[in-house]
Design a protein around this ligand. Structure first.
Ligand code: PLP
Length: 460
């Protein structure tokens, strides 16, 4: 079953006809899991897909439908699914044991690679996720500065710890979201991205800012882009104020370039948070940075200096299987042009999808940087030309706004029934295994989606 076998059906009817196995699993899941899911981004009407296997740039659902994959393990899989070097390393590690409850050689090799590749990394502390890495980065910054306030940017995502909830998709005034205490949200100052006056005012008004944390290519991997000149402003302001600058490179690390966005733009933060690619598609993360900062986790240094060491256990920190996958991934990135290939595919895909929009007379745009794509559905019908669209001409709040009538999830559904899985942004990340065949399928799927939306009266 595919879209072509049901040419006149609605997207939803086609999706339902293609995916009875997913429907059955989703029905059962709803009795067991809130919304039937394990990650908020999998919430999808009428029900999400259930995937059974994946290889390189593609994956198959439980009904054996094949999809070009732009989820890429939420950005973790720059080498695609089941890269042979990563799989060999994982299998070898599994055969030796999944958890030693002890130090092991791989964590040392893994840390060595990270310090070689990421300019800000003098020391590494492994965590089990990006959320844990950003939480630890804030704690380190507060400990070493003796200050409490944190500056974050509206729309930027840093995981789901209590400091990171207001101002991501709601509570843009900084009030606490459900379940978060006021005391905590009071210590977080929100600023608009690229707002030089705003950030300067915050530094003038508050002398107790411990850290500024930012997604360095902008919210959601450049969906709302950050100007490199703004990163320089942050570097200068934080240096003058004795504030710790943290780049959250959970997505951009080892993706934008081998050394992440900091290596690409030459602006080096004091600390960096990593996850996703760093662990090669298995669970893992790390906070890395200057030795003097990470020393707050060091038994001997803190004792010698009379400081209270920051406590940091974590059952799965530097798990040996994740370490093996991480090492194989980072070594492959070091030894190949995988980053460049993913970035080049991104540029070409954006160009071709914009050609589709122009051919079809649709005033949307496909944009992004490096190996990311975002579809701007132009909710306020601005007069734009897809091929010359510059996201920096638009306020971040505009870029984050969804067009009415649930159109963004309809775009996702249109792409799915034509064999492509993007997220409901609609956005996607690209791997080094995406090639000509995947490009052609994606461009055709986009054209078919636009035409289906027109047929359903969702697009003028
Ligand atoms: N920071 C950024 C920029 C992210 O994109 C994410 C996850 O998508 C996180 C932090 C949280 O990472 P994790 O999902 O591993 O907790």
């Amino acid at each position: 079953m595919s879209a072509s076998t049901l040419p006149n059906a609605t997207l939803t009817a086609t999706y339902e006809a293609m995916t009875p196995g997913s429907a059955a699993l989703a029905g059962k899941a709803r009795e067991l899991l809130p919304s039937g899911i394990a990650h908020d981004s999998r919430n999808f009407d009428p029900y999400p897909l259930y995937i059974q296997r994946a290889l390189g740039p593609v994956k198959w659902d439980v009904d054996n439908n094949k999809y070009v994959d732009y989820f890429g393990g939420h950005g973790a899989l720059i080498l695609g699914h089941n890269h042979p070097a990563v799989m060999a390393a994982v299998h070898a590690a599994l055969d030796r044991g999944t958890h030693f409850g002890a130090c092991h050689e791989l964590e040392v090799r893994w840390a060595e690679l990270i310090t070689r590749m990421v300019p800000s990394a003098e020391r590494v502390r492994f965590t089990s996720s990006g959320t844990e890495a950003t939480l630890m980065a804030l704690r380190l910054a507060r400990a070493c500065t003796g200050r409490e306030k944190i500056v974050r940017f509206r729309g930027h995502f840093h995981g789901w710890n209590d400091h990171m909830t207001s101002g991501y998709s709601n509570h843009f005034d900084g009030t606490p979201t459900s379940g978060v205490v006021h005391g905590l949200s009071d210590s977080v100052l929100l600023c608009d991205p690229n707002d030089v006056d705003g950030i300067t005012r915050l530094f003038n008004d508050h002398k107790d800012i411990a850290a500024v944390i930012i997604e360095p290519t902008g919210a959601s991997f450049g969906k709302m882009p950050i100007l490199p000149s703004f990163l320089q402003v942050l570097r200068d302001l934080t240096r003058q104020a004795g504030t710790i600058l943290i780049f959250d490179e959970v997505v951009t690390g080892f993706r934008v370039s081998r050394g992440g966005m900091q290596a690409a733009c030459g602006i080096i933060p004091d600390m960096t948070t990593l996850a996703k690619i760093v662990a090669g598609g298995l669970p893992g993360g790390a906070v890395v940075g200057k030795k003097a900062l990470l020393d707050w986790l060091d038994f001997k240094v803190t004792t010698a200096k009379g400081l209270e060491k920051i406590y940091h256990p974590g059952t799965f920190n530097a798990n040996p299987v994740s370490a093996a996958a991480g090492i194989a991934t980072l070594e492959t990135l070091q030894n190949t042009d995988a980053n460049d290939r993913a970035n080049a595919f991104g540029a070409e895909l954006r160009r071709k999808m914009n050609e589709v929009l122009e051919d079809e007379g649709v005033k949307w745009a496909v944009y992004g940087t490096y190996s990311g794509i975002h579809v701007y559905t132009n909710p306020d019908d601005a007069d734009i030309t897809p091929s010359t669209f510059n996201a920096l001409d638009f306020a971040p709040s505009m870029l984050g706004k969804a067009r009415g009538a649930g159109i963004t999830s309809k775009v996702r559904m249109g792409m799915l029934v034509n064999g492509v899985d993007m997220n409901s942004g609609p956005s996607g990340t690209i791997s080094a295994t995406h090639g000509d065949e995947e490009m052609a399928i994606t461009v055709d799927a986009f054209r078919a989606t636009i035409r289906s939306l027109r047929r359903e009266g969702l697009l003028a």
